[in-house]
Design a protein around this ligand. Structure first.
Ligand SMILES: NC(=O)c1ccc[n+]([C@@H]2O[C@H](COP(=O)([O-])OP(=O)(O)OC[C@H]3O[C@@H](n4cnc5c(N)ncnc54)[C@H](O)[C@@H]3O)[C@@H](O)[C@H]2O)c1
Length: 300
């Protein structure tokens, strides 16, 4: 469940708060029940996960307590993973502090850490609720806002109501979060409907790995290429494709043999075939699998 409310750190004295040093400093989050992770992606290591688990054991957190994860997707992923295995699972309250976490990672209970250079390769599902306070966005650097715009574009391509949202970026938070919550509540374990949230991600993940660009940027370019693919395969009309083109200005990272190789490692792939969720007219999607990526991406 998502609640939209002000975050009051004093409400969580019976729980533990997991955050990072910057957020703790900006929002005065201190106390014996606060655990600080390193900032950003480097928090998502086996080392940091194990240290957090050790701390939970050291303080003997009761199984009825909650882990309150105050941060972006990185904090949420590590705190959520630790919470999902500590005493075979304690509840989590996600308090997202980045735009990406508000519209995406703090909802749905997926957790993960990276290993051997492979992103999100070890993870779990956890029981979580979400408390969203958009005031956290006031301190977020513009760069981090831009990073989330790829995910927000994905939601716009999936839902007409989100596409018609106007004005400040904060206006997108509630409809995107509620859209994701609805999808996830119907398919928690990614067996069917939830897969639509992967639109743009097959190409996007490969570009993210290859070029070291942010997840949001990669998803935006992923959407561009998957839209082209959808048009090439006859799933999307020319009019539809041209209508979305204005969101893809700039120099797209190029798809080459390495990009195609990386796509073959995608977690969504089935029976050795690469899985795509392609955008189609009328805010619809089409699932598509392919084994000949070279033929598919020629001239895309
Ligand atoms: N579990 C999921 O469903 C899911 C979905 C999407 C992405 N993710 C993961 O999320 C991660 C990226 O998360 P992110 O984009 O939220 O960034 P992040 O969590 O890596 O944080 C980026 C930086 O922003 C800072 N920050 C956070 N909130 C702030 C605030 N309010 N003011 C100022 N600074 C703030 C942090 O200290 C950090 O330095 C990736 O590892 C990705 O794999 C997970």
């Amino acid at each position: 469940m998502i609640t939209f409310d002000k975050f009051d750190k004093n409400r969580y004295s019976q729980d533990v708060i997991v955050t990072d040093g910057l957020i703790a400093r900006l929002y005065g989050i201190t106390g014996d029940n606060v655990y600080l992770l390193p900032r950003g992606e480097k928090a998502k290591s086996m080392y940091n996960f194990a240290r957090l688990c050790k701390w939970l054991v050291d303080i003997n957190l009761p199984k009825q307590s909650r882990v309150v994860a105050v941060g972006g997707g990185s904090v949420g992923d590590v705190a959520g993973f630790a919470a999902s295995v500590y005493k075979r699972g304690v509840n989590v309250l996600n308090v997202p502090t980045t735009l990406l976490a508000m519209v995406d990672s703090a909802i749905g209970g997926k957790t993960a850490i990276d290993m051997c250079g492979v992103k999100n390769v070890i993870g779990s599902f956890v029981n979580c609720n979400t408390l969203t306070d958009t005031d956290f966005l006031n301190t977020l650097p513009p760069r981090q806002i831009r990073y989330a715009m790829g995910e927000i574009l994905k939601y716009r391509m999936l839902d007409e109501n989100i596409d018609s949202v106007k004005g400040d970026v904060k206006n997108f938070v509630r409809p995107c979060a509620l859209f994701k919550e609805k999808i996830v509540s119907e398919d928690r374990y990614d067996k069917g409907m939830r897969k639509i949230l992967n639109m743009g991600h097959t190409v996007g993940h490969a570009l993210e790995l290859q070029y070291g660009i942010s997840h949001g940027e990669a998803v935006r370019w992923g959407l561009k290429y998957e839209l082209e693919l959808s048009f090439k395969l006859g799933f999307a009309s020319r009019e539809y494709r041209d209508g979305w083109q204005k969101y893809f200005k700039g120099n797209a990272p190029r798809i080459n043999d390495e990009t195609l190789r990386l796509m073959t490692f995608d977690k969504k792939n089935v029976d050795g075939k690469v899985f795509f969720v392609l955008p189609c007219d009328g805010y619809k999607t089409r699932f598509f699998t392919a084994d000949d990526l070279h033929g598919l991406f020629a001239e895309v």
